[in-house]
Write a protein that binds this ligand. Structure first.
Ligand code: FMN
Length: 339
């Protein structure tokens, strides 16, 4: 049972601008973690173990990428009930991301628009944080390309990150679906996709042999594709024996938020209004993958029913980001309880 009403915490945090609130809440959470107070204040989730991609997950509900881009807070975040946490997106070199303001709340819609642009301190810094931690849970590391790396050299950035994070991750996510890095989503199509997946799988085989450890590769896709494009992606993932697929990243659509303050901001929309689009992509992807590759479903989970529905549509695991900002650990506990 939660001893601290998250609604009160949120009320205070939402008085600050979104990026300041983000920093404050994570620092506060870390403070509670060091005092061993998180479970006491927000409750504990039940153990509901599942095996997906050869990994034992304590429950099916994970934290989506982007909240802890540099791997500074994942131990504290995992104590909020998540069965796994994904850190990143991290790039080979540090980069500032886009100019603020770049993070916007759409409170009436329980949504967020962000154009952060992979602000992160680089892969080496993230790895130092991971190495320093005593984390025993399931850790996904999400990798991407630097903004200044030309599109034709994108594969090199992913290979650099893959090689570095490989010994420290339980699974690695290849993020080719953020809308905030120019050209990134082009990697989801045609020769660019084939070349990327071929080279990554080759490197994965090499690293498996060298390190005697297989780390699954998961690809994260956008929800802004038509059904034919999703079918073609699914075929390619099966052809290259990709280990998992995350459906989906944020959307460029503004369906469901028209006319609301901040709705016209550029960037990716997440939270409640993303749900139908993400669910549709999930259903189409699941139909074409036909259980050959497991799916991690994310996008618009704001209650236990939403998480349950994603499992019914064919997901093996789910992730949450925006719903967690609006509702805190209670949402995680409810979802774990239900599925
Ligand atoms: C502020 C913000 C930053 C994000 N950064 C990343 C990121 O760096 N990498 C990534 O793969 N997804 C990122 N995402 C997308 C989320 O991981 C998730 O796919 C998306 O928000 C949909 O889930 P939700 O509706 O539960 O938020 C970000 C989302 C938000 C709101």
């Amino acid at each position: 049972m939660a001893l601290m009403p998250y609604a009160l915490v949120r009320k205070i945090l939402f008085m600050f601008n979104p990026e300041v609130a983000h920093e404050l809440s994570l620092k506060g959470l870390n403070f509670l973690y060091r005092l061993n107070l998180i479970s006491f204040m927000f409750g504990k989730t039940k153990l509901k173990p599942v095996n997906v991609m050869g990994i034992n997950f304590p429950n099916q509900v994970g934290l989506a990428a982007g909240l802890d881009k540099d791997g500074e807070y994942f131990q504290a975040l995992s104590k909020c009930g998540f069965g796994f946490v994904e850190i990143g997106t991290v790039t080979p070199l540090p980069q500032d991301g886009n100019e603020p303001p770049r993070l916007f709340r759409l409170v009436e819609a329980q949504a967020i628009i962000n154009r952060m642009g992979f602000n992160n301190k680089g892969v080496d810094n993230l790895l130092n944080n991971v190495k320093r931690s005593e984390f025993k849970g399931v850790l996904g590391i999400n990798i991407g390309k630097n903004k200044n790396t030309p599109e034709e050299k994108a594969v090199d950035d992913y290979l650099i990150c893959l090689e570095k994070v490989y010994p420290h991750a339980d699974y690695i996510t290849i993020n080719i679906s953020s809308p905030n890095t120019p050209g990134l989503r082009n990697l989801q199509f045609g020769d660019s996709l084939n070349n990327l997946l071929r080279d990554l799988k080759f490197k994965q085989r090499e690293l498996t042999q060298q390190q005697d450890r297989y780390v699954p590769l998961v690809v994260k896709v956008a929800p802004d594709m038509d059904d034919n494009a999703i079918e073609s992606l699914a075929k390619t993932f099966i052809e290259y024996a990709i280990d998992g697929v995350i459906v989906s990243n944020t959307t460029l659509s503004r369906e469901g938020v028209e006319g609301l303050p901040n709705a016209e901001q550029q960037g990716g929309l997440s939270g409640k209004p993303l749900k139908n689009k993400a669910d549709h992509s999930l259903q189409i992807m699941a139909g074409h993958l036909n259980k050959k590759i497991p799916i991690i479903a994310v996008g618009g989970i704001s209650c236990a029913d939403d998480a349950q529905k994603k499992i019914q549509l064919g997901a093996s695991l789910v992730q949450i980001y925006t719903g967690f900002i609006y509702q805190g650990p209670t949402l995680v506990h409810d979802c774990v309880e239900r599925i």
